[in-house]
Ligand binder design. Structure first.
Ligand code: PHB
Length: 390
């Protein structure tokens, strides 16, 4: 009897939230190595969110635990996630730059009772691997579909497609092809490069030899994209008039200083430009610049992380800090808010983010800096990839 009374009393205290707790969020991303700047952007987005929204929810204190995963390495990703869940007792997993790393974690979510908030990895299928995945970034289907229409409207009929040979690259290739053929265009050759490719000269020769009027390209943002766009210029493709079409991964803002005039005029379609003109983005850029130190290093993973934190904060509020992954995920189905990128919502069926996709062009500002200027909006885009892979 006495024990039952004590247990009931303890339950009341814990259930009432009078019991101050630390809620841990495990964030996995590339914080060292060639893609370290992408991880630094995750952290800048998270820091900006917490600076603007506080580090407590009710009586609970939010703590972020970072784990470094420099490259796409699914086995290591799973090991890090397991360590975060078992040893650190994180209630949420988040981050994940590369698709294979996010995919590797989906099988452990249910048993661990932990939601996964994907802040970057962009292959459509990830959200279908577990009902506990929510994504606040984009998919390459979502970002590569509108550029096909742009290519057609530019008077291009024949395109060669070049992508990295893994999930988001294959999705991008399929998305562009579907969109471009719908417009009456033809993809005359499709090349898939190993993810490790860093000498792009042979590829540039194949593009020249193909007879295509334009090239469509996707590679994961980082040293890879910088190298690819440089090679496009240095091998004279731009000079001979072969037009360049890509999602915005290829002209991320942090690459623009290194590309210089070579990037001028390149048009891409993407969910976020650092230059996006809105009060929400102004506040975000201010906080994220402070967090990252050098504003020229800001890029899109920061906004995926910022919005990912918004989703996790809503999940924590909805569960009163209790660990209930399904309840947490259910609470954000249909959630809508104004992100730094524009209006967004979490599609209740797919748990992927619905958002505007913008056509942007690389321009030079009066102060000599380069930026992506938004010139057209494709409103409220869901993920066309989910229907395509069914
Ligand atoms: C991915 O691996 O899913 C990925 C990485 C970087 C990008 C886009 C997609 O820019």
């Amino acid at each position: 009897m006495k024990r039952a009374i004590i247990a009931a009393f303890a339950a009341i205290i814990m259930g009432s939230g009078a019991y101050a707790d630390t809620i841990k969020i495990g964030v996995v991303g590339p914080f060292s190595g060639p893609f370290a700047l992408q991880g630094k952007n995750f952290k800048a987005g998270i820091d900006a969110y917490m600076a603007m929204n506080g580090t407590t929810i009710g009586d609970d204190t939010i703590e972020i635990i970072y784990r470094d995963l420099p490259a796409a390495d699914p086995a290591q990703s799973k090991a890090l996630a397991q360590e975060l869940v078992v040893k650190e007792k994180v209630q949420y997993l988040a981050g994940f730059y590369f698709t294979p790393d996010a995919m590797a974690v989906t099988p452990i979510l249910k048993q661990a009772n932990v939601p996964l908030v994907v802040m970057n990895a962009a292959t459509s299928a990830i959200v279908t691997k577990s009902p506990l995945v929510v994504r606040t970034s984009f998919t390459t289907w979502q970002t590569s579909t509108p550029i096909a229409k742009v290519a057609h409207d530019a008077g291009v009929a024949k395109v060669i497609s070049i992508v990295s040979d893994y999930g988001p690259g294959i999705d991008a290739e399929n998305a562009f092809k579907a969109g471009f053929e719908k417009e009456g265009g033809a993809v005359i050759e499709a090349i898939r490069m190993p993810l490790s490719t860093n000498d792009f000269s042979p590829i540039m020769q194949r593009i020249k030899d193909s007879g295509a009027q334009g090239v469509f390209a996707f590679l994961p943002s980082g040293p890879t994209t910088l190298g690819f766009v440089k090679a496009y210029n240095e091998n004279g493709l731009k000079a001979v008039g072969i037009k360049f079409f890509a999602p915005g991964d290829l002209t991320q803002e942090s690459d623009l200083p290194a590309l210089g005039d070579a990037a001028l005029g390149i048009q891409t379609t993407f969910h976020y430009a650092v230059s996006h003109d809105s009060p929400e983005n102004k506040a975000f850029v201010e906080a994220a610049s402070k967090a990252i130190g050098n504003p020229a290093e800001l890029s899109f993973p920061s906004v995926g992380a910022f919005d990912g934190m918004n989703v996790i904060y809503k999940m924590i509020e909805a569960t009163g800090g209790e660990q209930d992954a399904q309840k947490a995920v259910d609470a954000v189905k249909g959630l809508s808010w104004v992100s730094p990128r524009g209006p967004v919502s979490i599609d209740p069926e797919s748990r992927h983010i619905t958002q505007n996709i913008y056509l942007r062009e690389v321009m030079k500002a009066d102060d000599g800096t380069y930026y992506n200027k938004e010139i057209q909006t494709f409103e409220k885009q869901g993920d066309p990839g989910l229907a395509a892979i069914k």
